[in-house]
Each structure stands twice: as C-alpha cells, then as structure tokens.
Design a protein around this ligand. Structure first.
Ligand code: 5AD
Ligand code: SF4
Length: 427
C-alpha cells in the first residue's frame, strides 16, 4: 500500500508542481519520506532516515522535507517536535493536499501539518496513474475497522472506506487501455469491500471481481490483503468461475491457536481458517496459499506455538510474512503482560520459517514439467536472449524468447527448478 501511495505522490508532484523523481538525495529539492508504523523497527527508521536527510539540508537549506504515512499519522505534532527541520507532515489520507501544504510552507515560512482522515476525497484529486510495464495496483478500499489488538492500522489509516465501484472500474479500464495485463486490487481488507453502485446499492468484493474480470485486456487479477473473517463463500465461488483470478491467495492467519486468535481479536478459529483453505482447494486444487504470522504474541505458550506449526503443516503454506510481535503505542496488546524471552520468540520464528521454506521448495519441485501461464516482465538478469516472467504463485521463470513477448502473457513449460527461480521453455 505504501509503495502504491509513494507512486501516486510522485505522479501528483510531477503533474501539479513539475517535480521529477531523482535517486540522488544531494540534488533533491524536496524529499518525501513515506513512513510505516506497523512494527517498531519500521517506525524508528523514520527518525534515522530523517537524521541522514537533515545533514544534506544543513548544506542546502532551501531543500524541503515532507514526512507522510503512518508514523506521521500516529505522531502528528510530535514529528515536528522530534525533527523541527521537517517542513510538511501529512497522513495516508491527506497526501493529495501535499502541493497546497508545500505552497503554504513557502508563504508562511512555517511547517505545515495535516494528518486528518477526510472522506475518500483523495482519489478525486489525484492524477491518473502513470504506468510502467504490464502490472498495476488499484486501490479499492482503504483503512481498517477490525481493530486487531496488536495493530496500529485502524488508528493510522482510519476506518474502512470503499471507493465507488464505477471509479474502480474506470481506473482499471484506463490501465488496460495503456497495456496493463495484470491488476492487483489493493486494500487493508479487500474482502470488506462495499462499493457504492450507480443504482444506490452496494457491491461486495465478489461482484467487483466479476466486473473487473469483464474488462478487455486484463488477463490476470490479484488482490491483497484479505481477512479470513469476510472470506465468504461468494468469494470462494469466484475462483470456480473467473479464470483470470490467479491461482494464488494471500490470506493472513496470524496464529494457529484459538486462544491467541481470541486475544488478538481476529474473529475466527483455526478450524474456520482451515475450512476456507479446504473449500478453496475444492475449486482450485493447486492454489498456492501464502500468509502472515505473528510469533511471540503476549501469552503465547509453547503449546500455542505448536498449534501454529500444526496449522502450517495442515495448510502447506507456500510463503509467509512472519514477524515477532512488536508492541505498538495505543494498541491493547501493548499493555498485555509479555513474559516470553526474546530468544524463545526468535527460535520459534526460525523454526516456523524453516518449515514454510521447505514447503515453498517442495511446491517449486512439483511444478517441474507443468505448463504455467506467466506474465513476461522483461529481460532475465543473465543470459543473452533470455526473458524473465512471473507465475501465478510468484515464482520467477527464465526462458529463451524474443523481446516482443515482454509485457504479454505466455505459456511456458517448467524444465528446471532452482532454489529461487525456475527455468522454462516457451510453448
Ligand atoms: N507486531 C508484529 N507484526 C504485526 N503485524 C501487524 N501488527 C504487528 C505487530 N504489532 C503484521 C501482521 C499483519 C502484517 C501486515 O503485519 O501479521 O498481517
Ligand atoms: Fe491490522 Fe487487523 Fe486491520 Fe489487518 S485486519 S490491518 S492486522 S487491524
């Protein structure tokens, strides 16, 4: 989501103020720091990065620094207290106001702050996204109203709010016109989507998927992230009737222990999660399932952790984003007693990641000899005349083929399996 926001900020600053992107901090007139507050490490990186940028600003005082994203949202005024050399502080829902805030900064000579959550006006003020290649993100909903006990997102990005369905479809159609083949629908909880339709009714996520699939030129649909609580049978049924929907789903589980899931306020049991995976596999037997897991949540016992390991064995995850619990300011879990030593948490994390990595290897090996529909991303890193493409389940396949295939979908046969990529043959 931050990656998407950053690109939109670049588009906005280019269109409205004539800025061009540079990779060279020394020559930048404006530095925008788009921050993440999901875990403490990311949060604190804001200030170490700002320290570095400040040194450059000392040499060139005309440089402007804007801080946005979830740390700005969470800390507000405090960013200016800790880093008074910052010129503008904006939130995830106010970045469309950045040009105005920058102008006001020049007019008044004072730092500007706006981290409010206006209704979804943001999209009405953003230019059409500039596309590179055949893949694009489209934000369909923002924010989160789940309030999992460990998570800052509802506080930093505000409550769930969906973009109207016609707006989303128009954006996807425009992208398809520019040659986009693969669209990733984005939101903190895409399956909570409730988009207004012209007839006054609300479209759910399953209906949105049906309409997006109708758009000519779009050949592959991904989405991220979804929540098990609203992973309805209607969404599972989409996998049976929409071939454009990739054979891959990212469905965060967080833990395999019911008592931990309750303490996390996730609103489902481990068996309910297993049931979703089972029903998905009934319609798509080789769907790849990836997840997010938190280890060392306050009160997590060795038995709780074993239940998570059992769930991993049962579901056979293909990949995970797994992290040690990080207490976040203002969240209920930050105040829960936490007596598990850090080294125990680290050992659990490593054990869990080793198991999931072994499944990822196993899944790669079962792909040997199969035919895969892939999107060609560009030239391979190595080898004359070699192309690089991505499979449904996010494997990179290298194969020989003409440049004219770049940014198109082709079929390849997997002929080699390496630890971090596959080799193939164009069909
Ligand atoms: N500590 C550790 N991991 C967290 N996540 C969210 N909040 C925390 C936290 N306080 C993880 C969850 C979520 C992913 C985006 O980040 O697994 O799914
Ligand atoms: Fe955070 Fe839970 Fe919302 Fe995901 S569903 S963004 S983990 S509060």
């Amino acid at each position: 989501m931050n990656d998407y926001d950053s690109n939109r900020i670049v588009d906005l600053l280019r269109n409205e103020m004539g800025y061009e992107k540079t990779d060279n901090l020394e020559e930048a007139d404006l530095v925008v720091v788009n921050t993440c507050a999901i875990r403490e490490k990311a949060h604190e990186k804001t200030y170490s990065d700002l320290g570095r940028i400040r040194e450059v600003k000392k040499l060139r005082p005309s440089m402007r620094i804007a801080v946005g994203g979830c740390v700005a949202s969470l800390e507000g005024e405090n960013v200016l207290k800790r880093a008074p050399f910052v010129d503008v502080v904006f939130g995830p829902q106010t970045y469309h106001r950045l040009p105005d805030m920058l102008r006001l900064r020049e007019e008044t000579g004072r730092s500007q702050l706006d981290v409010t959550f206006p209704e979804i006006e943001k999209f009405d003020h953003l230019p059409a996204p500039k596309i590179e290649g055949a893949c694009a993100f489209v934000s369909i909903m923002e924010g989160c109203s789940k309030y999992c006990s460990y998570c800052v997102v509802p506080y930093t990005r505000g409550e769930e709010i969906s973009r109207p369905m016609v707006d989303v479809l128009m954006e996807v159609a425009q992208l398809a016109d520019q040659g986009v083949k693969e669209v990733t629908l984005l939101g903190q909880n895409v399956n909570a989507y409730q988009g207004a339709m012209p007839d006054g009714n609300l479209a759910d996520f399953a209906l949105l998927l049906d309409y997006v699939a109708e758009i000519d030129g779009i050949e592959r649909i991904r989405y991220t992230t979804s929540h098990p609580r609203e992973f309805s049978q209607r969404i599972i049924d989409c996998y049976a009737r929409i071939p454009k929907l990739v054979n891959h789903v990212h469905l965060p589980v967080q833990s395999g222990s019911d008592s931990v899931l309750t303490a996390m306020k996730r609103g489902y049991t481990a068996d309910e999660y297993r049931s979703i995976c089972k029903r998905l596999r009934e319609v798509r037997p080789d769907i790849s399932i990836a997840t997010d897991i938190i280890v060392g949540f306050p009160g997590e016992t060795e038995e709780d952790f074993e239940e998570t390991m059992q769930l991993i064995r049962d579901v056979h995850f293909d990949a995970s984003f797994s992290f040690i619990f990080s207490p976040r300011p203002g969240t209920p879990a930050a105040r829960m007693p936490d007596t598990t030593p850090h080294r125990v948490k680290l050992a659990r994390l490593q054990k869990l990641q080793a198991l999931i990595d072994s499944y990822a290897d196993e899944i790669s090996r079962t792909m040997l000899g199969t035919e895969q529909r892939v999107l060609v991303l560009g030239h391979a890193r190595r080898g004359e005349g070699m192309l690089m493409a991505r499979t449904d389940n996010n494997r990179i396949v290298n194969f020989a083929g003409p440049d004219s295939l770049i940014d198109t979908m082709v079929r390849v046969k997997v002929t080699e399996v390496f630890p971090h990529s596959l080799g193939g043959e164009l069909l």
